[in-house]
Ligand binder design. Structure first.
Ligand code: NAP
Ligand code: MG
Length: 501
């Protein structure tokens, strides 16, 4: 179904359909790229072009970093009281809430995700995230240290790191921007943010609201462009103090290398291959839909997706049959703008090919498809839709059980007992998240504590809150976002000594 079949909020229509070039946001102004280049952004449900976006390259990144540096060192931001910083962040949250419908529609148009999720997950979590960190702006305290020297007073200040480069992916475009900006702004840093090339629109709409809220020029700069040019320019820039990245583990390693030259601080939120473990005493009325939502939420394009599904051998056949029936009957694929849609298209044709490539690899290596296993056809053939897919007869060493697919594809495997499943669950280079389904709390805690993962969900999955930390063990990342923990990413410690003798 064409997008024109859906009624858009006039402000969304104006923003997306105006066919004017969406400009970079640098130093508080919307400006064209120095090169004058632009790139298109598409609606993945239909393949149509939504808008042309100015393409940042090295020179634009340089200008944005200068603006961020000026704002950090000399501008009103550098002298602003914590309570005024808090007020600006609260105002931004209020403006996002005011334009919630517009954001939800932009997110669905640009990324493909179901509007009901954009409305009920992405946008409200974004608002809550900014409010949570607005609260922190006035609560970043130091310490007094009882040093063992007479007549010396020693205290510790927690100072903002400075100019921060932030690079984010396309799976939750607005929410990822919020996760990055919230803590950075609360601590008093200034930011150059590069959205993913596939989904730059919500960040550019956010830029309008940052301007409207009254943030001083240069505090936040938003520079869409490509990873290999804009992203690399940002991560290698000698006047950027810290780089915060969310994306693939592969690019995360590049970022660390780029940052090494000037010893930038680095925090990384990377990929995962998260185990989701169903014990025989689970409440299956929750575990079955829970395990399916764990992999199908956001079309499976979630770094913490429960993509390795371990089911106890005594309940394997029955649980699998129920899960397949859920995938067949409960998942409703379609244009994300349709309020009845629960699964939209993948974000790009490239991602579609990647996911179907993994499906073929799984079949080649001997895994079997219980349902799905192909691109969707019929009405959905124009968009990048993959049918919700459940593999069984999967072995731990198969590619589909080892590599991140980032699509609606789950690998189901039986297990024998607790020791067996813990060992196999940890048999991966990743360590982002995990799920455990059981009514026995002794089993739940034992497993939760032995899994090498940054988040463990017991009888639930993909739960997020601005106050609770999120991040990876092993090759799933460095540092934590959210909660008090994320303040570490954007502050540094200064020890001051005073001789009062
Ligand atoms: P990606 O290729 O790693 O891209 C992420 C971001 O990095 C994009 O803005 C991208 O720009 C940029 N980038 C790419 N190459 C770069 C380079 N050489 N230098 C600097 N920046 C560069 O990942 P993706 O394919 O867009 O997203 C999917 C991946 O992100 C998955 O592996 C998923 O697990 C991970 N992810 C992790 C989390 C988390 O919180 N741990 C959250 C979401 C996603 P372009 O858009 O121009 O390529
Ligand atoms: Mg990419």
């Amino acid at each position: 179904m064409e997008t024109t079949a859906f009624q858009l909020n006039p402000r969304t229509a104006d923003f997306v359909k105006s066919k004017t070039i969406k400009k970079l946001f640098i130093g508080g102004q919307f400006v064209e790229a120095v090169s004058g280049k632009t790139f298109p952004t598409y609606n993945p449900a239909t393949g149509e072009i939504l808008a042309y976006v100015a393409e940042a390259e090295q020179e634009d990144i340089n200008r944005a970093v200068v603006a961020a540096r000026d704002a950090f060192e000399d501008g009103p931001w550098s002298r602003m009281l914590p309570q005024d910083r808090a007020r600006l962040i609260y105002t931004l949250a209020d403006l996002i809430e005011r334009d919630a419908d517009v954001f939800a529609e932009i997110e669905t148009l640009d990324n493909g995700k179901p509007i009901r999720e954009a409305k009920h997950v992405d946008v409200p979590l974004t608002v809550e995230h900014f409010r949570y960190y607005a609260g922190w702006a006035t609560k970043i305290t130091g310490d007094v240290i009882p040093v063992n020297v007479p007549n010396l007073h020693n205290y510790v200040r927690r100072e903002p790191i400075g100019v921060v480069g932030q690079i984010i992916p396309w799976n939750f475009p607005l929410l990822m921007a919020a996760w990055k900006l919230g803590a950075a702004l609360a601590t008093g840093c200034t930011v150059v943010l590069k959205p993913a090339e596939q989904t730059p629109l919500s960040a550019l709409y956010l830029a309008k609201l940052i301007q409207e809220a009254g943030f001083p020029p240069g505090v936040v700069n938003i520079v869409p462009g490509f990873g290999e040019t804009a992203g690399k320019a940002l991560a290698t820039h000698t006047d950027v103090d810290k780089v915060a990245f969310t994306g693939s583990t592969e690019v995360g390693k590049l970022i660390m290398n780029y940052a090494a030259d000037s010893l930038k601080r680095v925090s990384l939120e990377l990929g995962g291959k998260s185990p989701n473990i169903v014990f025989p005493d689970a409440d299956f009325s929750r575990a079955v839909p829970g395990a399916m939502q764990a992999i199908f939420f956001n079309q499976g394009q979630v770094c913490s997706a429960g993509s390795r599904l371990y089911i106890h051998k005594s309940v394997y056949d029955n649980a699998l049959a129920d899960m397949v029936s859920y995938a067949d009957k409960k998942v409703r694929q379609g244009n994300g703008l349709d309020p009845k849609t629960t699964m939209g298209p993948l974000v790009t044709g490239e991602q579609l090919n990647r996911v179907t490539g993994y499906i073929e690899k799984g079949l080649e290596q001997g895994a079997k498809v219980a349902t799905g296993g192909a691109r969707a056809d019929g009405d959905l053939a124009n968009g990048y839709f993959v049918r919700p897919t459940v593999f069984y007869d999967v072995q731990d060493e198969m590619t589909i059980a080892q590599e991140e697919i980032f699509g609606p594809v789950v690998a189901a495997m039986p297990f024998d007992d607790i020791d067996d499943v813990i060992k196999r669950a940890n048999l991966t280079t990743y360590g982002l998240a995990a799920g455990v389904w059981t009514q026995n709390m002794s089993t739940a805690f034992n497993v939760a504590h032995k899994l090498k993962a940054g988040s463990v969900w017991i009888n639930c999955y993909n739960m997020f809150d601005a106050a609770s930390p999120f991040g990876g063990f092993k090759q799933s990342g460095i540092g934590r976002e959210m909660g008090e923990y994320a303040l570490e990413n954007y502050t540094q410690i200064k020890s001051v000594w005073l001789n009062y003798n």
